[in-house]
Design a protein around this ligand. Structure first.
Ligand code: GDP
Length: 471
């Protein structure tokens, strides 16, 4: 029990809380006093023998200062559910609809470029902060400015606080948009007070943070919001160099029928053109087409542009960085090396750091492992499902995600699940013809879902079920 551990440690003159790291010898002494042994030794050795993999990248030409020009800001909108993220993005886009190009099929590009009063802004489409966090985790955050949206009739909420923390950690400039100002129950002063309680002093109250009162419904304040974004981007001197080869970051990826792997990307710098050879995460290819949100095929895409990229040999992760290579051959060499490095990484277990980790290992033998193989329609949903599953708390059960991939459920998936003793979870994913039969033969369960909460509820039940069996 944590309290026992803490008090035992105190007797040894170690004053640590349960999440703190302690020296290995202290830990060993503690365990010894209870007749236990430190099992972390084995892992530490493995860690040492891990080959140092440094990912190489294609060489890029010098970014000459003289070639740099101002580029549009890339903006992420975050806030509590129902406070109007989607409505705001829709309202901004609506003002920007290109008058009916016949036959054009609008494409979802993961980000939308909005032009108002001659000012361009790229808004990341994914509402909420999951994509933003994923990008940040991979050190590939393209966001220049964050907007925190707060509904004036509801005020600061749990997710508002969560989003605020992420924004503060990212050290990006923050603009607060107080939405739903059209409602008679709107109470912006309450929002100001609540923000102040969180240490965010708005301009109106003499602080640093810009605030714009808007209504996504009536469109009031949207021009002001765009102006404010521009002011912020001028202050931050956002620049790009269109003369460089294109580099980009993935905001979404998918396997689309008739198109293969598609990646919705935002150009971070340089100019990307069809025909360019690129490496992106562990995938590579020659750019077959760059399509904008109006379904138009582009001859080139420059800094801050949002496009759908066709031509990669697989769907890269959200936040994967893309770079231009000399040719396809060079791109393949880099891709092969990365696939190899990823495999190596998967063989090495994470290092033991905290007391909790160690304690969990002591009990590990008693734990049951629930193994799953996830197939979903987009990389982003796959990642969201995985993190929701991991959030299910269970003392006696470990969740192990064997694979988390995009696409339909294939024979290879069933074989892999069978070998690992895992279940297959499909989200908006089809089962290839004949595969249900194979799965039955090898005793692999395939569960298909189209609602996240159903998936999570059932998984939770399943994990409790496993728990009961262990009692
Ligand atoms: P999200 O969950 O943050 O993406 O929120 P939505 O954009 O889906 O909005 C949630 C609800 O609030 C919807 O019913 C919207 O119609 C409504 N809504 C959003 N913005 C406004 C606004 O400015 N005024 C009013 N009256 N309703 C709004």
């Amino acid at each position: 029990k944590p309290n026992v551990v803490v008090s035992e440690l105190m007797k040894m003159r170690v004053f640590a809380s349960i999440t703190q790291s302690i020296a290995a010898d202290k830990c060993e002494a503690l365990l010894k006093s209870r007749g236990l042994k430190l099992v972390a030794d084995k892992r530490e050795k493995k860690e040492e023998s891990k080959p140092v993999v440094k990912l190489s990248e294609p060489e890029q030409p010098e970014d000459k200062e003289a070639d740099r020009v101002a580029r549009p800001p890339i903006v992420a909108v975050m806030g509590h559910v129902d406070h109007g993220k989607t409505s705001l993005l829709d309202a901004l886009r609506d003002t920007n609809v290109v008058a009916g190009e016949a036959g054009a099929i609008t494409q979802h590009t993961g980000a939308s470029m909005v032009e108002r009063k001659g000012m361009k802004v790229t808004f990341l489409d994914t509402p909420g902060h999951s994509a933003f966090s994923a990008m940040r985790q991979r050190g590939a955050d393209v966001t220049d400015i964050c907007i925190l949206i707060v509904a004036a009739d509801d005020g600061v909420n749990a997710q508002t606080k969560e989003a605020l923390k992420i924004i503060m950690d990212s050290e990006r400039p923050l603009i607060i948009a107080i939405n739903k100002m059209d409602l008679p129950t709107a109470n912006p002063d309450r929002v100001f007070t609540e923000l102040q309680n969180l240490g965010i002093l708005t301009e109106e109250w003499g602080g640093d943070y810009g605030v714009v009162k808007i209504s996504a419904k009536t469109g009031d304040g949207l021009d002001e919001l765009i102006e404010r974004i521009h002011l912020e981007s001028e202050l931050n001197e956002l620049q790009g160099n269109p003369r460089l080869p294109g580099s980009f970051v993935v905001v979404e990826s998918e396997l689309e029928q008739g198109m293969g792997a598609t990646a919705n990307v935002v150009i971070k710098n340089g100019t990307l053109k069809p025909g360019d050879a690129v490496i992106c995460g562990e995938f590579y290819g020659k750019v077959k087409a760059l399509v904008d949100s109006n379904g138009k095929r582009l001859k080139k895409a420059g800094p801050s542009d949002a496009v759908k990229l066709l031509g990669l040999n697989g769907p890269p992760e959200v936040g994967a960085k893309g770079l231009t290579c000399k040719n396809e051959r060079e791109a393949k060499v880099f891709a092969d090396e990365r696939v190899h490095a990823l495999r190596q990484e998967k063989l090495v277990k994470p290092r033991v750091t905290s007391l909790e980790d160690l304690l969990s290992q002591v009990n590990e033998e008693e734990k049951k492992v629930y193994k799953v193989l996830i197939k979903s329609d987009t990389r982003g949903t796959g990642e969201a499902i995985e993190s929701e599953l991991r959030a299910i708390e269970s003392e006696k059960i470990n969740l192990e995600v064997i694979t988390n991939a995009v696409g339909s459920i294939s024979n290879a998936d069933v074989q892999q699940a069978s070998a690992a003793g895992a279940e297959i979870i499909g989200f908006h994913s089809r089962v290839n013809p004949g595969i249900n039969k194979v799965a039955k033969q090898v005793n692999v369960e395939i569960k298909l879902y189209s609602l996240i909460y159903e998936l999570i509820d059932e998984a939770r039940e399943c994990m409790t079920g496993l728990l009961d069996k262990t009692h």
